[in-house]
Ligand binder design. Structure first.
Ligand code: F0G
Length: 480
């Protein structure tokens, strides 16, 4: 954002880019939406993109790309081994993130797979601010145990604590003391996804670093959304307002031993990488790359995407570019909060998060309030959001449900993609749905996969509530 002073003395934030390419989108009529969500088994992951109006499922792989990224893709050097484009990317990693060794992988979960393979053993413990779905699955599959230790404010959606992604350092110290020798690594997720896109403070990562040093445990940083984390440090943490984003980023990542990211997020491409300054870690990880990803100078990625990823790393700390979707998220969250919608506060990164068990208090958790709300929001608006509650957890080894602390839906704002009119439309439809929330009941499984069930699972609407909601919608708002 370009920040200037307004006539009335307040701050005025202006987007530092203009749009030169666009994609036409269509709002499917409500009857079509009902048919589509039925065909999708009431799971928004299973909807066809053509049946969606505003695709707010995720920011992953769908951010707007810059003209410089597109240009770089055209001049990338395709080679199976030793591409110049890879070495240019590695130089950019060293310049922007200060890491000497870098391993491209096909996406974020591939990095998690390799890290789990190298560091996690049966019974290993991995403390972290909060889990992400794919992270937890890879640690579980390697026999490890994820221990979540967010600060207590993180689980209270109404708390406006500015860094709800922080780790509770006293709990971390207890674990490091008690479980000496068993902790594989400590993991910090910059902008904790499942806590509602909440950032981690510089103070916190610095304290975690000190503890890791004291107990001789590596610190792994998941920087998939580190661009937003850095922006929030600049906005919210004392002492950082006048610093450049790139300098804040360098300090932040310098506290980690291993940095990885889904490059589908902050750098706006399709890929990922692991970076470190520790030669021994690099060597342990890189030997697995030819088996699972590809030759280490492309790691399962298209070389064109690697070229765009290098540009994306620079652009993710470009002062002009960062923050416009965060301003839209803030606008929607504040408007919904004013009208009593249970949104996660303070406004964070990634998207607008609604606590579905408060939005639909009459739907029991084993009937999936968040899954139901995501399906209902699609019906009422054509907006595709994502379930981030009980369905996004898999059952335990005895087949029992694991209920996460928060039962959220996430309405994501990909970078530089949606406009203010879209935000206003979304607000209107969420408010309409809230007025008719009693109609929405739960969901039950028709097909439940054993692992990461939220991706491929199929369900049905208990008591046929979808049709009832559509009937009322048509009476009050018409066919569109
Ligand atoms: N870590 C974090 C914090 C993520 O948000 C994601 C993906 C991953 C790791 C895995 O990366 O998808 O490239 O394999 N998050 C996406 C989302 C899927 O919609 O939030 P991936």
């Amino acid at each position: 954002m370009i920040i200037v002073r307004s006539r009335d003395g307040s701050e005025l934030r202006v987007d530092g880019y203009r749009v030169r390419f666009f994609e036409r989108i269509d709002l499917p009529p409500i009857d079509r939406r009902l048919k589509a969500i039925r065909e999708a088994g009431w799971n928004t992951f299973q909807l066809k993109a053509d049946d969606v109006f505003l695709d707010m499922l995720t920011d992953s792989g769908v951010n707007a790309m810059s003209i410089n990224q597109l240009a770089a893709m055209m001049s990338a050097q395709d080679a199976y081994a030793g591409s110049r484009t890879f070495y240019e990317f590695a130089e950019t990693v060293e310049e922007i993130l200060s890491f000497k060794y870098v391993i491209p992988v096909h996406q974020g979960r591939a990095a998690e797979h390799l890290l789990a393979k190298v560091f996690v053993r049966e019974g290993s413990i991995v403390p972290m601010n909060y889990h992400f779905t794919t992270t937890k699955t890879h640690i579980d599959l390697a026999g490890g145990i994820v221990v979540e230790i967010p600060v207590k404010e993180a689980l209270d959606i109404k708390s406006r604590y500015p860094f709800k992604g922080d780790i509770d350092v006293s709990k971390l110290e207890e674990i490091l003391k008690k479980e000496r020798g068993k902790v594989a690594f400590v993991r910090i997720e910059a902008v904790a996804n499942l806590l509602g896109g909440q950032p981690v403070s510089m103070k916190n990562i610095r304290e975690v670093r000190e503890l890791c040093d004291r107990y001789g445990v590596p610190l792994v940083l998941d920087g998939s959304m580190v661009d937003w984390n850095v922006y929030f440090i600049k906005e919210r943490e004392p002492g950082y307002r006048s610093k450049k984003l790139v300098d804040i980023l360098r300090e932040f990542v310098s506290y980690s031993d291993i940095f990885y990211m889904s490059a589908r997020k902050a750098p706006s491409v399709r890929g990922g990488f692991i970076a470190t300054n520790n030669r021994e870690f690099y060597e342990k990880i890189v030997i697995h790359v030819p088996v699972y990803e590809g030759f280490p100078t492309y790691g399962g990625m298209s070389i064109k995407e690697i070229a765009a990823m290098a540009i994306g790393l620079r652009e993710m700390v470009d002062e002009n570019l960062i923050g416009s979707e965060l301003e839209l998220i803030k606008y929607v969250v504040e408007e919904l909060d004013k009208r009593g919608i249970p949104v996660v506060l303070p406004p964070g990164g990634l998207g607008v998060h609604i606590e579905a068990s408060q939005f639909l208090p009459h739907v029991p958790r084993n009937a999936y309030p968040a899954g139901s709300l995501a399906a209902a929001l699609y019906l009422a608006s054509g907006v595709r959001s994502m379930e981030r509650g009980a369905m996004s957890m898999d059952r335990d080894r005895d087949g029992r449900e694991i209920y996460p602390d928060l039962e959220l839906i996430r309405i994501a704002f990909p970078r530089r993609t949606y406009l203010k009119s879209h935000a206003d439309y979304l607000i209107d439809r969420v408010l309409w749905l809230y007025e008719h929330r009693d109609i929405v009941e739960g969901l039950r499984w028709i097909y439940e996969p054993p692992v990461l069930r939220f991706f491929l699972g199929r369900l049905e609407d208990i008591g046929n509530w979808g049709e009832k909601l559509v009937e009322v919608y048509k009476k009050e708002l018409g066919d569109l």
